[in-house]
Ligand binder design. Structure first.
Ligand SMILES: *Cc1c(COP(=O)(O)O)cnc(C)c1O
Length: 249
């Protein structure tokens, strides 16, 4: 393994943690209230191994099969945690319940029911976040919450998901429209937080603590708006290697 790669990952990881801490302090939040998920989609196993060597312990993957291949190639007791952050097709649901600690991107009741069944078979409870589509883009997954008139349309689905015994909802996730200026993403992050507060007032029995929002382009803004999980890829591990991404899908 290249020690240059390890050193550069360690440096960029530390820099990102510092930026998170600065953003948190700007708004009076404790820096440790934010977790950094390092996104390794389309990166080869060697990058993950170097990242572990550099002290990184929490990884995010977009494609269940690609993630599971990496997970199974690492030693069992690697002390590493894997999050699924991409759209999960129904037929890949079992890979998620069998291999991942947290699903950020639950986007339909049908998928929730399938995951619940598989989790029950494995005798586990799968923590999940509900993905909301705040820009109303057809290309994005998640419940449409792009304007106030739709704000309550997904409540029956939420209610049904909260009743599933083997899933545990912990909060919300969003991937806002791509903006050139990170400040332009702020209104989407703020909206996710307000939607969370809205859901918490309707379903106070559930746990709504997590807000998964912010990527390389805008994570400091997301932290200022209340992110508890930021998903950072390219700023730490460099540009994606699109070839393996295609192979995996
Ligand atoms: C790829 C991806 C990220 C990371 O994006 P970067 O720009 O590489 O930081 C975060 N969240 C999701 C859902 C992604 O697909």
């Amino acid at each position: 393994m290249s020690s240059d790669l390890v050193a550069s990952l360690r440096r960029r990881y530390q820099y990102t943690l510092e930026q998170i801490a600065l953003a948190a302090r700007r708004v009076g939040r404790p820096p440790e209230s934010v977790r950094l998920v390092v996104v390794t989609k389309s990166q080869p196993l060697e990058v993950v191994q170097a990242a572990i060597e550099a002290g990184i312990r929490c990884f995010g993957e977009n494609y269940p099969e690609e993630g599971v291949t990496k997970i199974q190639s690492l030693p069992r007791q690697s002390g590493v945690e894997w999050h699924m952050i991409g759209h999960v097709q129904s037929r890949k649901a079992r890979l998620v319940t069998d291999h991942f600690e947290l699903l950020h991107s639950l986007d339909s009741l049908k998928l929730a029911q399938r995951l619940d069944r598989f989790a029950a078979e494995r005798n586990r409870v799968l923590p999940v976040l509900l993905e909301l589509n705040l820009g109303g883009e057809a290309s994005k997954s998640g419940w449409d919450a792009s304007d106030d008139s739709r704000r309550n349309a997904f409540l029956p689905d939420v209610q049904a998901i909260l009743a599933l015994p083997n899933l545990r909802v912990q909060g919300l996730m969003t991937m806002p429209p791509l903006e050139t200026n990170p400040e332009d993403a702020r209104r989407f992050f703020r909206r996710l937080r307000l939607l969370r507060d809205h859901l918490a007032s309707i379903f106070p029995q559930a746990d709504w603590r997590e807000l998964s929002m912010g990527t390389s382009a805008d994570y400091p803004v997301a932290v200022e708006e209340g992110a508890t999980l930021v998903r950072v890829g390219t700023a730490i591990v460099g540009a994606r290697q699109y070839k393996s991404e295609k192979e995996a899908s």
